[in-house]
Design a protein around this ligand. Structure first.
Ligand SMILES: *Cc1c(COP(=O)(O)O)cnc(C)c1O
Length: 361
């Protein structure tokens, strides 16, 4: 039996009638921008994360740009960001006027560490975009102890828990994406900024609304970037399911471990005390491209998400030149995402593991 790389349909299927009803209610109400569902979902999502404030925005990329600007990042500043992550983590920085400075990751956790951040710090460093990659948790407190502000890019980490709390409440400010394939996804684009700093929240609220409170006085050059009412209505139905789905992702990881996958390839390592709701389950193997071809032939979904790291992307040459990130280059070459979803069962994990064993055993 083929095993898909991810499965968003099965978890959503039983919720379809309630989702349609929630959307019909919005249409009946007729308020589509910054209506009651956005306000309610902001409160519900902030409470879920353990943050005081949440500000709904149009997508996870805007969320990062707005969070950085709300933190005071601007022209002349440097913002440290890993190169092994989705492109948007770095793409969001130049629109603030600041310069991205790339740092390395821990190849076992795929996350930045206090050491990799420290190596990239200069007197111009204003903030660090700390990515909770694949659902793992980067060590935010250790990085803040270096004396630098942290923006958590939690786009892949909804549902994850850590000893210090949930992603979204670990740094100065955090961002989420509700792109349909994320751990908590809506039916289009959506994003969120969370923070417990009332001034950052206030600035983010203005920046998403043309830099204004009231569309009369404009205090900043901002954005038109709001989470829309239909998406908020969908997300309010889905948020109560998130912990159960996260448990399903954790169970899927356990199924892989119990099937013996760790004897064949390097498994992702949770950071200290973290219980990752794995967004992607990313293993490493020396011959990752050949393994991908073998899995494909066996009907197993697989994908190398970040084969060319950001500091080697054409748009970032100016910021990537002369940068040496050995662990990033290694994981870029050896990583491979294999099937992961809230409903991946032991049988499927055994099938994937058998296909890996046929190649690598
Ligand atoms: C998806 C993602 C983003 C961007 O989110 P969009 O909603 O697609 O703009 C940013 N950072 C990471 C790590 C992501 O995975």
């Amino acid at each position: 039996m083929p095993v898909a790389l991810f499965d968003t349909d099965t978890p959503l299927a039983p919720l379809k009638p309630r989702l349609l009803e929630a959307m019909a209610d919005v249409v009946a109400d007729g308020r589509y921008i910054l209506g009651p569902n956005v306000a309610a979902f902001e409160e519900e999502f902030a409470a879920y994360c353990g943050a005081d404030h949440a500000v709904g925005v149009a997508n996870g990329t805007d969320a990062l740009t707005i969070a950085l600007r709300a933190l005071g990042v601007g022209p002349g500043d440097e913002v440290i960001v890993p190169s092994f992550t989705f492109y948007a983590s770095a793409e969001a920085i130049p629109p603030t006027g600041a310069t991205p400075v790339f740092c390395d990751v821990d190849p076992d956790t795929y996350c930045v560490t206090a050491d990799t951040v420290k190596a990239a710090m200069t007197p111009r460093t204003k903030a660090v975009v700390v990515v909770h990659l694949f659902g793992n948790v980067a060590p935010v407190a250790e990085i803040e102890a270096l004396g630098v502000r942290v923006v958590e890019d939690a786009a892949q980490a909804a549902g994850t828990t850590a000893p210090a709390g949930r992603p979204g409440a670990l740094g100065s400010v955090a961002t989420f994406s509700f792109f349909p394939s994320k751990n908590l996804g809506c039916f289009g684009d959506g994003g969120m900024v969370t923070t417990s700093d009332p001034e950052i929240a206030e600035r983010a609220r203005m920046l998403r609304f043309h830099g204004s409170h009231d569309k009369v006085t404009y205090e900043h050059v901002g954005y038109n970037s709001r989470l829309d009412e239909l998406q908020a209505a969908v997300l309010r139905v889905l948020l109560p399911e998130l912990d159960r789905w996260a448990d399903g992702r954790r169970a899927a990881a356990r199924h892989y471990e119990e099937a013996g996958l760790g004897e064949l390839v390097a498994l992702p390592t949770p950071t200290a005390g973290a219980a990752p709701a794995w967004h992607l389950y990313v293993i490493r193997h020396e011959r990752a491209a050949e393994l991908a071809a073998a899995l494909k032939a066996a009907g197993i979904g697989q994908k190398a998400y970040y084969r060319v790291p950001i500091h080697r992307q054409p748009a970032m040459v100016a910021h990537g030149e002369g940068v040496s990130l050995p662990a990033t280059d290694e994981v870029a070459r050896t990583h491979l995402a294999i099937p992961m979803s809230p409903v991946l069962d032991a049988g499927q994990a055994a099938e994937v593991t058998a296909a890996v064993r046929a190649f690598a055993g």
